[in-house]
Ligand binder design. Structure first.
Ligand code: UD1
Length: 420
């Protein structure tokens, strides 16, 4: 049973190695994508986190089966016989919406609860719908559910996205796998998780090209089967440990990671005064001197600075020399960690999408509450650098996306425990 609080006593530099888990944001979509093929897929390097448990339940609710063997998930979708995903699951995890494309491709219809708002502000799904409408999907909303139908079948089309939304790009690719003919998606999101989805789909027999770039082409209606696939490393988890060591000081090496997917973050960490050395599958960060402020950090779609790293990098800079400006361009409301960091002695002012961080001499431990996944990781990061004890409540948010965060930090020498 997961504990309810994380308790950190700050002030100890980190030293040692961490093996990075597979990417949550990739694994979730691969599980959903398995709905397209009839048969079993073995997905390796799946992180042991609660969001994966929710997505597994979604597949089981639809009639499929999911069996875990360590970090391998065996997903069998041969028995899937319904196309409805209930609110109870979608409300737990917005990414459940990624079953919409595969269900429409497989059954020509779907009934999925509307995800509603979330802790990062109103997160609409209009672009998901526009993309699929181009392929011939009709949408109707009824009592909080989106009902999708395809009265004239699914056909390949030109899908021009207004913004490179990750989820809308993925749903368009997944639906297009079931469409007659060729689909071309422009202004597609270029995140590495989308390239991983393409690799998975191609291993299942699909014809998808161009992921990683802005134009993706899908040749639909190919017979899909199960496959064996290994999930890419989690770049946001990697960034979290880098920022933790930047905040606390020390010398850590992260294994099973891919530094090229983190260039925007490692550049910013170097600007702040960290030494970052990268090799084929590792990143080493050393921080011995106090950090300094960096040029404005603007979150943008990949390959820009990731919105998911904004809070954790902010936490690392709280005691830097000088002033750093953050501009959050992706989500409406992504500064909910700020009032909690201020309770620890941070000097941060926010106005709309902008946050201004003035480095302070010292941070002090406090009782704080995590309100979202990355904001929660930011509070732990700040706690590592603060004097005294920080107690983080609401750690269910952290378990959604981090496998054993306290245990890994403890192995690096941090004084951190979990309590009820
Ligand atoms: C995914 C990631 C999330 C990451 C985000 C941006 C998963 C499970 N989550 O979320 O961790 O922070 O990418 O890198 O992979 N939007 C609309 N209409 C739409 C779709 C999106 O207005 O139909 C808006 C969103 O509200 C948000 C922005 O576009 O403001 C970006 O969203 P998107 O790229 O779709 O993020 P997600 O796929 O939800």
């Amino acid at each position: 049973m997961a504990k309810e609080k994380i308790v950190v006593e700050g002030g100890t530099p980190l030293a040692g190695e961490v093996h990075i888990s597979g990417a949550k944001n990739s694994a979730l979509k691969l599980i959903a994508a398995a709905l397209l093929g009839q048969g079993e897929s073995a997905i390796h390097n799946v992180p042991l986190i609660s969001d994966i448990v929710v997505m597994s339940k979604v597949i089981e609710t639809l009639g499929g089966s999911v069996r875990r063997d360590g970090h391998t998930l065996h997903v069998d979708t041969a028995g899937v016989d319904t196309w409805e995903t209930p609110y109870e699951l979608v409300s737990k995890m917005r990414a459940s919406i990624s079953v919409l494309g595969p269900l429409v491709a497989r059954f020509g219809k779907a009934r999925v609860a509307m995800p509603g708002g979330c802790n990062l502000g109103a997160r609409k799904i209009d672009m998901h719908m526009v993309g699929m409408e181009a392929l011939g999907v009709h949408f109707h909303t009824d009592h909080g559910y989106i009902e999708a139908s395809t009265p004239n079948g699914l056909h390949g089309a030109y899908v021009a996205l207004d913004f490179p939304s990750v989820g809308a790009t993925e749903n368009a690719i997944l639906a297009a796998c079931g469409a007659e003919g060729v689909t071309v998606i422009t202004n597609a999101a270029r995140e590495p998780e989308i390239a991983d989805l393409q690799d998975f789909l191609c291993a299942c027999g699909a014809e998808v090209r161009g992921a990683g770039g802005s134009v993706i082409t899908v040749e639909g209606r190919r017979p899909l089967h199960g496959c064996v696939h290994r999930v890419i490393p989690d770049r946001i988890v990697t960034a979290t440990y880098l920022c933790a060591a930047a905040a606390a000081g020390g010398d850590i090496t992260l294994r099973n990671t891919e530094h090229r997917q983190l260039a925007a973050v490692t550049t910013a960490l170097r600007q702040a005064g960290c030494r970052v050395d990268c090799g084929a599958d590792y990143i080493r960060l050393t921080r011995t001197e106090p950090l300094r402020a960096v040029p404005p950090v603007q979150t943008t779609p990949y390959p820009g600075f990731p919105t998911d790293c904004q809070a954790i990098f902010m936490a690392a800079l709280l005691q830097s020399r000088g002033t750093t400006v953050f501009v959050e361009n992706i989500f409406q409301s992504r500064y909910r960690h700020v009032p909690e960091l201020i309770r620890m002695g941070a000097d941060i002012r926010t106005e709309g999408r902008v946050a201004v961080v003035c480095g302070v001499e010292r941070l002090h431990g406090a009782e704080v509450v995590a309100t979202d996944l990355r904001g929660g990781a930011a509070l732990v990061t700040a706690g590592l650098a603060a004097e005294g004890i920080t107690t983080v409540q609401g750690v269910g948010h952290i378990h959604r996306g981090y496998e054993e965060l306290p245990a890994h930090l403890r192995a690096l020498g941090a004084h951190i425990t979990e309590e009820n």
